[in-house]
Design a protein around this ligand. Structure first.
Ligand code: ATR
Length: 278
């Protein structure tokens, strides 16, 4: 009797050695006693298409895709989910048995699941959302917030034209506010999200004034290193519910793990500890 091959998956990017995903998937494989391996795959832009072509033949059932390949992968995939097309990037691939490459983007659902898990009273309809940043991460967050039903998004970005571009693309529920007035958007916002790299270790701090922050707001940051960013510390001091960015990383990984290894994993305290402690 032949045994089923051990499923392989991984994270494909460059650089990829900093990625927490291998730890996360190894933890889940261990926790659920599943056969499988999840490995970092350091692949340059030039090698992206040949690497993707080779992986299924090596026994890979899919992979995550990270910087800098999240947009380019769409031109290689055969089937693209609506949300990946809308966001303009994919982070999760499934190598189907018919040979087709299926590309999805789970960043937006990861963002929402993280909010819902850590701020159970959060409601999209409670009021406007204030979003800082207009890059790739902002696209996923904005698509998710609009889909969840936020009535309005107040969007601010250092480069205003990028924010205007998102308004043109995603429509009338987005209002662009100039970066010099960035502090104003938190007033009346039920949800506040930083999607910029400000506050990340090694990057400039997040210095937007938070005086207008309402203590009923839920404030979240996609930055997770450090876990307690200056934005979250300020929001906590103002009495807001704060949700750190690590949970988004953990939750965006759930759909891929489930498809590749056959079990829907839990994101819990042990998951966080495994990823943080190594
Ligand atoms: P990602 O895909 O992670 O979102 P990105 O597309 O490079 O990465 O976007 C990074 C975001 O952080 C952008 O909104 C960027 O603002 P610009 O569009 O003006 O570049 C924002 N950002 C990065 N460094 C910044 C800084 N020093 N001050 C203000 N915003 C910054």
């Amino acid at each position: 009797m032949t045994q089923a091959p051990i499923p392989l998956a991984g994270v494909l990017g460059k650089p990829v050695n900093h990625s927490l995903s291998p730890r996360l998937h190894a933890h889940w494989l261990r926790t659920y006693g599943l056969p499988g391996h999840y490995v970092p795959l350091d692949v340059s832009a030039r090698d992206l298409a040949p690497a993707i072509g080779m992986l299924p033949r090596l026994g890979f059932v899919g992979c995550n895709v990270t910087i800098p390949h999240k947009e380019a992968i769409l031109s290689i995939a055969d089937v693209i989910t609506d949300r990946a097309a809308l966001i303009g990037a994919a982070n999760t691939l499934i190598f189907r048995e018919d040979g087709k490459i299926h590309a999805d983007n789970t960043d937006g659902v990861g963002f929402l699941e993280n909010l819902r898990a850590n701020a159970p009273d959060w409601q999209a309809s409670a009021g406007p959302a204030a979003v800082f940043g207009a890059g790739g991460a902002a696209r996923a967050v904005i698509v998710a917030l609009l889909d969840a039903g936020v009535p309005q998004i107040l969007l601010t970005n250092r480069t205003r034209a990028r924010a205007e571009g998102l308004r043109t693309e995603f429509g009338h529920r987005i209002t662009v506010v100039d970066w010099v007035k960035a502090g104003n958007i938190v007033e009346d916002a039920a949800t506040v999200v930083n999607t910029t790299s400000l506050g990340m270790t090694g990057k400039p701090p997040f210095r937007v004034p938070l005086d207008g922050l309402d203590r009923r707001s839920v404030v979240t940051d996609i930055v997770y290193s450090p876990l307690e960013t200056t934005l979250l510390a300020g929001a906590r001091a103002a009495g807001c519910t704060v949700v750190d960015g690590l949970g988004m990383l953990l939750h965006q990984a759930v759909p891929g793990f489930e498809r590749w290894f056959g079990t829907r994993p839990e994101v819990d305290a042990a998951t966080r500890a495994a990823v943080l402690d190594g």
